[in-house]
Design a protein around this ligand. Structure first.
Ligand code: NAD
Length: 338
């Protein structure tokens, strides 16, 4: 099928082109994001492929439908950027990649935790300047520390398992559906308030829902143990950034590692190094020596990108052959995972 691939980066081209050897689609790579001003570029393409920060609202979908598009394939899991009701009304199928590599995100989470806790980026910056002083680089052992894992689905379960069985942490967990395999390892499910009060480290792996929005807020930070380390590779809006900054300023929060940020749509995935960034909260976060931020790259492994590309192209091939679409987004379900 002829596919307009919006918002492509070099790695998208590489992995989609490689995976396409098995499908033979006609891929048309486009650099712009999909938005009202660019939607007409898809005219004549029955399939459109987009990423998490493309705009797929009713206006865009109407332009796509008028140009002959019948399927929108998200090369990510989240679909909160798509107006599903408008897509259904216009007869456009929406497919996504529900799971690609939870190991990619879980391993990155452990990497961020170790990096911020053991001051690895600061140490590396010093060594590059021939500064081999160790003052200010004291970390803590993970072994024996109490870690709270909020959300023990595909990613959180791998993180909890690694911390418990690998590092020998005391692991507390919070989830609507406790995992008996984790409990057998000694992971203890507790109510979220208890977890937030008891943990020395909290790592977030639940989806963003109205209930989980700002679950780390001023009250949670106030109730936490002094020196709390917070890791978030899930969704930025799980944390109230302004409250986090106050927690860092008061030293109640001891360290923070983030791969996601509430207002990341205006920042991440682009080179803004020559721009003036006007997000004052983000800029303030960057000033703390105990904050480590990456730009939503936890998923970025060879394995995950290969799986995303293959699943996306297979869904489009299934649509072309009139098969049932296993990864079709059901308009009745709203989720904000990625
Ligand atoms: P999943 O659906 O397998 O697991 C989510 C878990 O959270 C489930 O067990 C669910 O029961 C639980 N949950 C739901 N509401 C909860 C609540 N209120 N309190 C506690 N637990 C709750 O999802 P996953 O594949 O493990 O992904 C987890 C998150 O990771 C996603 O929501 C997504 O935002 C994020 N993610 C980030 C990246 C990245 O590159 N940074 C990549 C993929 C996924």
């Amino acid at each position: 099928m002829r596919i307009a691939v919006f918002n492509t980066k070099p790695y998208d081209r590489r992995f989609l082109t490689e995976a396409n050897a098995a499908f033979g689609h006609d891929l048309h790579f486009l650099e712009p994001r999909l938005e009202p001003a660019t939607a007409a570029l898809a005219a004549g393409h029955p399939a459109v492929c987009v990423f998490v920060n493309d705009t797929v609202n009713a206006e865009v979908l109407e332009t796509l439908a008028a140009g002959g598009t019948r399927i929108v394939a998200l090369r990510c899991a989240g679909f909160n950027n798509v107006d599903l009701a408008a897509a259904a009304r216009l007869g456009i199928d929406v497919v996504r990649v529900p799971a690609y590599s939870p190991h990619a995100v879980a391993e990155f989470t452990i990497g961020l935790l170790l990096a911020v806790d053991r001051r690895i980026p600061r140490a590396w910056a010093r060594v590059r300047e021939n500064n081999f002083a160790l003052d200010g680089l004291i970390g803590r052992n993970l072994h024996g520390r109490t870690v709270g894992v909020i959300g023990t689905g595909k990613i959180g379960a791998l993180v909890a398992r690694s911390l418990r069985a690998g590092f020998g942490c005391e692991v507390l967990a919070s989830d609507l559906y406790p995992d008996p395999a984790l409990e057998a390892l000694g992971v203890r499910y507790v109510e979220r308030g208890e977890l937030l009060r008891a943990a020395e480290i909290v790592t977030l792996h639940c989806p963003l829902t109205p209930e989980t929005r700002h679950l780390i807020d001023a009250a949670a930070i106030e109730a936490a143990r002094p020196g709390l380390t917070i890791v978030n590779t899930s969704r930025g809006a799980l944390i109230d950034t302004a409250a986090l900054i106050e927690g860092l300023k008061s030293r109640k929060v001891g360290a923070v590692a983030l791969d996601v940020y509430e207002q990341e749509a205006d920042l991440f995935f682009e080179d803004l190094s020559n721009e003036i960034v006007s997000d004052d909260l983000f800029q303030r976060l960057l000033t703390f020596p105990n904050v480590l931020i990456t730009g939503h790259q936890a998923f970025l492994t060879e394995e995950a990108l290969g799986a995303i590309a293959a699943t996306t192209l297979r869904s489009i091939a299934d649509a072309e052959m009139g098969k049932l679409l296993a990864n079709r987004v059901d308009a009745g379900r709203i989720a904000a995972s990625r």
